[in-house]
Design a protein around this ligand. Sequence first.
Ligand SMILES: [Zn+2]
Length: 273
Amino acid sequence: MHAALATAIATAALTAAMAAAGTVDASVEPALRALAAELDPRAASALASIDGTGRRLLAARAYLRGSTQMDERWSWSASEAAAFEASPERRALDAAIARVRCVFEAANPGSTLFVNPEFRSLELQLERWNTNDTVGRAGDNLLGAARRMLATPVRRGDGLGHQAELLRQLLLEHQPDPVPTLAAPGLSPHGRMRAIDFQVESAGRIVAGTDSAAVASEWIAAGWKDRLLAAIRSADAGFQGPLATPDEPWHYDFRPEAGQGDAGDDLGCRLAA
Ligand SMILES: [Zn+2]
C-alpha cells in the first residue's frame, strides 16, 4: 500500500476512535490533571476512567462542588453493598417500597411498581457517563468554555498552577447545558440506595420507565406522574421528590427519617415492624 494512503487510513481510524471515546484536548488537559491531583483520591481515580476531556471536566466540576461531602456521598464498594443487604436499613427500605407499592396498587388496579433492588455500582455509573448523550453534549460545551479561557496566548504563558486555579473557578461557576441526566460517577444517590426509581408496570410490561425522552408521553400524558406522586404522599414512607432538574418523575430520594406517618394503614399497607 502507498505510504501516504496508509497514513491517511490510520489517521482516519485514529480520528474515529477519538470521536467515539471523546476528544482529548491538549490545551486543557494539563490544567485538568493538575486540578485532579488535588481532588479526593476516589474522585481522581474515577476521572482516570472517564473518556474525553469534556466528560472529565463535567465530572471534575461535580467533584469540586461535592468535595466536602465525599464520605457521605461516595458510592458503595461491593463489600459495603453486601453489608447493607444484611442491615436493618435494607429491611426499612424494602418495607417503605412495599408500602408505596401497596398504596399504588390499591389506587390503580392492574398496575404495580417495579423497583431495581440493586445499588448502582461505580463501574456501572462510569459506563453510563461515558456513553450518555446529555453528558457528551454538556461536556462539549464546558470544554469549549475551558478552551476559550485557557487557549489565549497570555494564558498559555501562565504557570500550570495558575491555569489550574482559573479552571477551578470556571468549573465552580459553570452551569451545564444541557442538564445531564446522570450524576457524576461515584456521586449518584443510587450508589448508596439513597434514591429509588419507581417504574410503572401493567400486564407484565413497563408502561412508564426511566427514559428521559418518554417523560411527556409515558408519565405526563398517561397520568402516571401524578398517580405515583399521590401514592408516595399517601404512603408517607420517607420518599421525597420527584427529581425536578432534570425532569425525572420516577426518581425519589429516600430519607427514612422524614416518613413517620401512618396514612395508608387503612388500606392494609402497614410498614413492617
Ligand atoms: Zn434515579
